[in-house]
Design a protein around this ligand. Structure first.
Ligand code: BES
Ligand code: ZN
Length: 616
């Protein structure tokens, strides 16, 4: 029993596999819980299977009944638990135990305030300040805290989901809306229903409830957000969204198959920049820079409609198949939409800097710097970093240089997506498919698969030797002048004509180019010349704070505290608290405890240990 097919799930999907979920939930804002049920349909795969194993965590299961058979009670038990959660065992009705039989059980349950996928926000934590708000984030292994499910990316199933909430709140979910207007229930609640007809992993099930409004941004797209943010959101995303979708269709040679592509702009407490929930990408409000400079996140989430949602990593050790592929294609999309190979190359170079920054941060955790890490006994969220993104996409770019360039790779991607659409894949499946497709190309014999896939640290390929540097040269030169002579000759013209991405690149060059940052008088000078902390671009603010903290420049602490009270994205708050902790532990603890209620559980679970949070 303890030996499972996926180290992060109890699901026995080789015996009995879920084929459909029908989810029905009602919000209870005062108690911060959902009440409801899920009808789980499952199919027997191996003969005489008598049990269906589902994952649950922080849920209260009340009753299980036989949906096909006058709601007869069905026996169930929770037999085993580990750090990932509990195995909910459901005994398959006797007459359904032969191969090929399908059965449906109704599981009545509630979530609890400890359910980690759900963040409940007080009215004061929203833009409108009047209504409460809640949203879910299930990747990687938190779907089990929202509903009983086979919470492994190896299992993919379609679902329907209905959420009811008090008027005038609006609910939206990761599927196609089934009603133009919500249905008014007898208790006055409004109910919203969505259908996800495609088989997807449980981590893509998502819902959001708040005082949301909707604005159109493209022929198949609209954006949901609070009305205070709606105009800004429409401006930010209306220009590029459809272009990105079309570019993906051209690059992969496969039409967008999900119908609508909507998005919701969530409060900046959201722990990620974006999350590719099907039909409804979740985005952080921190992307609203006012100049469309952060829409690459939208391109990224759109690409997941192919890599991730159509083809899914079979286990969390294969996460690079989701993220590395997505970043690789994202940069093709950005290059195509900007009609600029130089821009694609610039983005790849930025990614290489990010990879180097991440390798420094992970120097004590070499296992997590492998493309295919061993995650037995480890929560995938604890291993989360830019490695699968940047090492993965760099690997694909390296392969591109061997097989004859971007167009060859696009033809392969087309075959890859056609072959595996709807399936879950491991790294071996991908490698085999690649080698078959390119079997006539001599150069692929030189690939050191083992080092790339299983080696720690920097991979055996330096992209800077082949990349076009038109867009980065100025940034590198300017960074050099600060590194070599503290910017004494710099003028406020230094950043003139730089796009936001180039300012970020410039800062990254300095951050990675020094061991302990810049002199404080250099930072004083940079502050008054460039005013980086006043930039509306959160990526620039973040890098400025990172550089200052690396330099132990304490003047920046109030700004860091302000930033940390407004942003909950892990990619920013994790390095900033780490740096702050290195500068002044007491201050870090103080700032953390003040901001903790604003952070999602995946962030809290990282810091509660390190920053000595205790409930009293
Ligand atoms: N799927 C991820 C977010 C995620 C990963 C959530 C793992 C939970 C566990 C999403 O597509 C993503 O990669 N977001 C990035 C976007 C960036 C790379 C453009 C983010 O939020 O930083
Ligand atoms: Zn992603």
């Amino acid at each position: 029993m303890s030996i499972t097919l996926d180290p992060h799930s109890y699901a026995n999907f080789n015996d009995v596999i879920v084929t459909h979920y029908s989810i029905n939930l009602r919000t209870d804002f005062p108690n911060k819980v959902f009440h409801g049920y899920v009808d789980v349909t499952a199919k027997v795969i191996s003969d005489q299977s008598s049990e269906l194993f589902l994952d649950v965590k922080s849920l209260v299961v009340r009753r299980v009944t036989d949906y096909d058979n006058n709601d007869d009670l069905i026996s169930w038990a929770t037999i085993e638990s580990n750090i990932n959660g509990t195995c909910l065992t459901i005994y398959v009705p006797h007459e359904k135990r032969s191969v090929g039989s399908e059965f449906t059980v109704r599981i009545e349950y509630s979530t609890t305030p400890e359910s980690e996928s759900i963040q409940w926000l007080e009215p004061s934590q929203t833009a409108g300040k009047i209504y409460p708000y809640c949203y879910t984030q299930c990747e990687a292994i938190l779907a089990r805290t929202l509903l009983p499910c086979q919470d492994t990316p190896a299992v993919k199933a379609p679902y329907t989901i209905t959420v009811s909430c008090p008027e005038p709140l609006v609910a939206a979910c990761s599927g196609i809306s089934l009603n133009n207007e919500p249905i008014v229930e007898t208790n006055g609640y409004l109910s919203y229903s969505f259908n996800q007809p495609n088989p997807v992993p449980a981590y893509l099930i998502a819902l959001v409830v708040g005082k949301l409004e909707q604005g159109r941004i493209g022929p198949r797209s609209s954006v949901y957000t609070e009305k205070e943010l709606l105009d800004r959101a429409i401006y930010e995303f209306s220009e590029d969204t459809e272009n990105y979708i079309c570019a993906c269709e051209e690059i992969t040679g496969i039409k967008y198959k999900w119908g609508v592509y909507d998005m919701v702009v969530l409060p900046s407490a959201f722990p990620y920049g974006g999350m590719e929930n099907p039909n409804l990408t979740f985005l952080s409000a921190s992307l609203l820079a006012g100049d469309r400079s952060l829409t690459n996140v939208v391109a990224h989430e759109i690409v997941h409609s192919w890599s991730g949602n159509l083809i899914t990593n079979a286990s969390w050790s294969d996460f690079w198949l989701n993220e590395g592929f997505t970043v690789y294609i994202e940069r093709m999309v950005l290059g195509k939409v900007a009609k600029s190979v130089q821009y694609r190359h610039f983005e790849i170079l930025c990614g290489y800097n990010d990879l180097k920054k991440t390798l420094v941060a992970l120097k004590d955790q070499p296992e997590f710097t492998k493309l295919v890490p061993n995650l037995d006994g480890i929560n995938p969220d604890d291993a989360f970093s830019k490695i699968p993104y940047e090492k993965g996409s760099l690997f694909l770019f390296y392969l591109e240089t061997l097989v004859g360039g971007e167009m060859s790779m696009q033809r392969w991607l087309n075959s890859y997506f056609c072959t595996f659409a709807g399936k879950s894949l491991n790294t071996n499946d991908m490698v085999k498919h690649f080698c078959n497709h390119f079997s006539t190309i001599e150069a692929i014999k030189t690939i050191d698969w083992n080092t790339w896939l299983h080696g720690a640290g920097l991979p055996p390929f330096d992209p800077t030797t082949v990349l076009d540097k038109t867009l980065s040269t100025n940034c590198t030169d300017l960074a050099r002048s600060w590194l070599d002579n503290d910017g004494k000759t710099a003028t406020c013209d230094g950043l003139k004509g730089f796009r936001s991405e180039q300012v970020m690149f410039f800062l990254d060059e300095i951050i990675t180019g020094t061991v302990d940052g810049l002199h404080h008088d250099a930072l004083d000078r940079m502050k008054s010349l460039y005013k980086l902390s006043e930039s509306p671009n959160v990526e620039i603010n973040f890098r400025w704070l990172q550089l200052c903290l690396k330099s132990k420049y304490l003047d920046v602490i109030p700004q860091a505290a302000d930033f940390l009270s407004k942003h909950g994205r892990g990619l920013y708050v994790k390095p900033l608290y780490k740096a702050l902790n290195g500068v002044d532990h007491k201050v870090a603890v103080e700032i953390y405890n003040k901001n903790r209620p604003y952070y999602h559980s995946v962030i809290r679970s990282v810091f509660d240990k390190d920053l000595e949070y205790n409930e009293n």
